[in-house]
Structures are given as C-alpha cells and as structure tokens.
Design a protein around this ligand. Structure first.
Ligand SMILES: Cc1cc2nc3c(=O)[nH]c(=O)nc-3n(C[C@H](O)[C@H](O)[C@H](O)COP(=O)(O)OP(=O)(O)OC[C@H]3O[C@@H](n4cnc5c(N)ncnc54)[C@H](O)[C@@H]3O)c2cc1C
Length: 389
C-alpha cells in the first residue's frame, strides 16, 4: 500500500500525520526545513489548548500571558485581563514538539523540498529534491506560500495580510496591540521566551510602508529596531467571497492550515485552525465508510460544520471592524474606550480573544448586553493601565 504523503510538516501537517499514523496508516511527511523558527507570534489561545490539552500539558518552554493592553489612536489604552492565559511558543519549539508526536505515532519524516506533484492512475507521483515518491493521497500543508499551483487556496493580494517585524531584546508580562487609523491590521508586541517580537500585519498597504510605520512606532515607543533581526511572511486573510470559492480539496487531495487559507481574518489566529483542520483531515481519511471519491466533499462539509461558518462571519466583519465607524468614532477607538469603561464589554472582548465567544452569536451577545454596558459607559469605573518599566 502506498503511503499518504503530507506535504509540509508545520502544525497542520504534523497534526494530520499524527492522527493517521496513530491509527496505523502509512504516512510520510515531506518538509524542506522540518522544525524551524517560522515568523509567527506563536500565540495559542485557550480555545486551542482546551480542545488539544497536550498544547498546554508538556515540557516545551512557553510563556503564559494573561494581560493584554489595547491601544487606539484617539482612545488611549485599555487593559484586558484574560481569564485563561495565552500561551506563547517559539515556533521552532512548537513545530518540533508536534513533529516528534507524529514520529512517535509512526509517521516517517523526510527533510526534502517538494518540487512537483503529478496525478496518474489514481495515485500521486511526488518529485522532491531527493527523488520521486509515490503516494495514494496528498495532504497539502505547505503554508501560505504554497508553491504547488494546482492544489490548495488560490491566493490573491486581497486575500492575504503582509506581516513583518523585529525580534528585539527584552522581557515583559503582557501583550500590546496597537490599532492605527483607517488601517485593516495592527501592530503587536508579543513577549516570547527570552525576547520580544514586535511586528505589524495588515492589508492594502505596501510592504515598505508597513515597515516604515512599524519602525516609526517602535522609535516613538522606545524599541530599538536598528541591528535587530527582521522577519516577514504572509498571513492568509480571505474575503467572504474567497472563502465561499475556496479550493480546500479535490480528487486525491485535501488542503489543511494556511495552504487552505484557514486563518481568522480579524485576529490572524491560524495555529488553532491549522491543528484543527489537520485533525479533521485525518478523520476524513480514516473514515472507511466514505469512498475515495467522496472525501473532498466530506472534508468541505466537516470544515463547514466545525469552524468555517465562523470564519465566514469574521471575513464579513473584518474590514468594518478595522476601518468602520460606530457612534461617531472609529470602531477600534470605540472598542478600546468601551473595554476601559465597561466590565460587561470587557468580558465580551476577552472571550472573543480567547476563543470562548465565537463570531457566531456575537451580535446577539452585544445587543443582549447593551443595556448593562450602556449604563457602565455612562457611569464608568475607569481602570488604570499599569506602566511597564
Ligand atoms: C508574523 C506572523 C505572526 C503570526 N502569529 C500568530 C499567532 O500568534 N497565533 C496564531 O494562531 N497564528 C499566528 N500566525 C499564523 C500561523 O503562523 C499560521 O497560521 C500557522 O503557522 C499555519 O500552520 P501550517 O502548518 O498551515 O503552515 P506553516 O506553519 O507555514 O507550515 C508549512 C510548512 O510547509 C513547509 N513547506 C512549504 N513549502 C514546501 C515545499 N515545497 N516542500 C517541502 N516543505 C514545504 C514549510 O517548511 C513549513 O514547515 C502568524 C503568522 C505570521 C506570518
């Protein structure tokens, strides 16, 4: 029996490989780098480790962050205390842990670059830098820069966010998120083990301009960027129409994680969706009740039932969230003000960030809480943001 080939060994590919190998399936993971320090915040939400407790319960070094400060141009700062910490991993460490789990389950790991895939007689021929491999099925997990044109999401510039930043020296106990005027994106300061990641991601602005904005912001806020390690990558951020037309599966293949565009278009959270889609893809491949020809449609349906509808709502909200107006001000300004003044609203945003509040049902909760948070807005109990040294 030819193996299932997992093209890419990031969180999505490694998770899928683990699920298949643990059930006794022959699996080979092909990755050109294996574990590597991908430019990424490495933030794992409560939603992710509640579903996959091994993301929390392990010896791999990580930060547990419970404080976030939100900043918007006309609103100042607001502190958001999380009920459950956000875990922050180095991506080398996270990928390594997930690949070791796949290997321990029985998956074969091969460090090589996939150059081309070709379908014939119901199987795949995969040309790699090291030779040719035959496989019964392909799981496409090659990330947002998927070089294989015939499989996975067909990205356009409107469906990706550019992300870039610097690793700078320093430690701290909180995350900072800075919104900018009329910009679909944000600046972040993420405390990682031993250093900070300070970056910007967004849509519709040229990369050199984003870099300039970030460097100006860093200078103004006392972060040294000259001589620090620079990084840049892409984050999928599909518009609602692109999500409807998204190419996530076809004859003999399923795409997972970034290669399938499965990222929250508002927050840029992709690790949960990578791991979840890798898991769901393995469930589809292991289900003997489905004929091979029915797997693509079954996978689409499973994604939809699980989280795609939620990402669709987020894709409809994203542009308005960042650039729209609410009560005579920009939505992000208002959000920061409301978080500062209203405990009810603060809990809502906290739950949204941790994944406890899906986008489905958000509107109902906002309106349901409106009277209470309206009272708190009129008679606020302002909270002070503690100053970091
Ligand atoms: C700057 C930045 C910050 C982010 N911060 C966060 C965050 O804090 N939290 C969060 O949840 N998400 C975050 N994301 C998103 C997150 O990084 C991705 O959603 C996640 O890595 C997707 O996992 P994946 O396995 O699908 O793809 P990837 O992690 O990109 O893995 C793809 C793998 O495929 C391999 N590969 C690619 N092409 C080939 C080839 N031809 N042959 C062999 N191997 C190949 C690569 O080597 C790589 O290992 C961030 C993204 C960026 C860019």
């Amino acid at each position: 029996m030819k193996p299932v080939a997992i093209l890419g060994g990031g969180p999505a590919g490694a998770t899928c490989a683990e699920g298949l190998a643990a059930a006794g399936m022959k699996v080979v993971v092909l990755d050109e780098k294996m574990a590597w320090e991908k430019p990424c915040g490495g933030g794992i939400t409560h939603k992710a480790y509640r579903k996959y407790p091994y993301l929390l319960e392990n010896d791999t070094p990580k930060q547990h962050i419970t404080n976030t400060v939100l900043m918007a141009p006309k609103a100042g700062d607001a502190q958001l205390a999380m009920e459950h910490p956000l875990l922050i991993y180095s991506r080398y460490e996270l990928n390594d842990m997930l690949l070791r789990r796949a290997s321990a389950a029985g998956a074969q790991l091969e460090k090589t670059r996939v150059l081309e895939i070709e379908r014939g007689d119901g199987d795949w021929r995969i040309r790699t830098k090291g030779g040719t491999i035959e496989a019964s099925f392909c799981v496409v997990a090659t990330g947002a820069r998927n070089p294989l044109r015939q499989v996975g999401t067909e990205f356009t510039a409107e469906d990706t966010m550019c992300a870039l930043g610097y690793y700078v020296e320093g430690t701290r106990e909180r995350i900072d998120i800075q919104f900018l005027p009329q910009f679909e994106g944000y600046i972040w300061v993420f405390p990682r083990c031993g250093h900070l990641s300070v970056g910007i991601c967004g849509k519709g602005v040229a990369t050199p301009v984003l870099r300039q904005w970030l460097e100006e912001w860093m200078t103004k806020n006392g972060y040294q960027w000259q001589g620090q390690r620079f990084y840049a990558h892409l984050i999928p951020s599909l518009r609602s129409q692109a999500l409807l037309e998204n190419r996530v599966a076809g004859e003999g293949w399923l795409a997972v994680g970034d290669a399938a565009g499965l990222v929250d278009p508002i927050t840029g959270e992709g690790l949960y969706y990578a791991i979840r889609s890798g898991d769901l893809a393995s469930q589809i491949l292991l289900n003997d009740a489905q004929a091979p020809g029915a797997k693509a449609e079954a996978y689409r349906q499973l994604l939809k039932a699980d989280f795609l509808d939620d990402l669709y709502i987020a894709s409809r909200l994203a542009h308005r969230f960042y650039t729209g107006n609410f009560v005579f001000g920009q939505v992000t300004d208002r959000m920061v003000q409301f978080v500062r003044r209203s405990e009810t609203f603060r809990h809502l945003v906290r739950d949204l960030f941790s994944g406890a509040q899906p986008y489905t049902g958000l509107r109902e909760r906002v309106w349901g809480n409106f009277r209470r948070s309206g009272w708190e807005l009129v008679f606020p109990q302002e909270q002070a943001v503690p100053q970091e040294p």
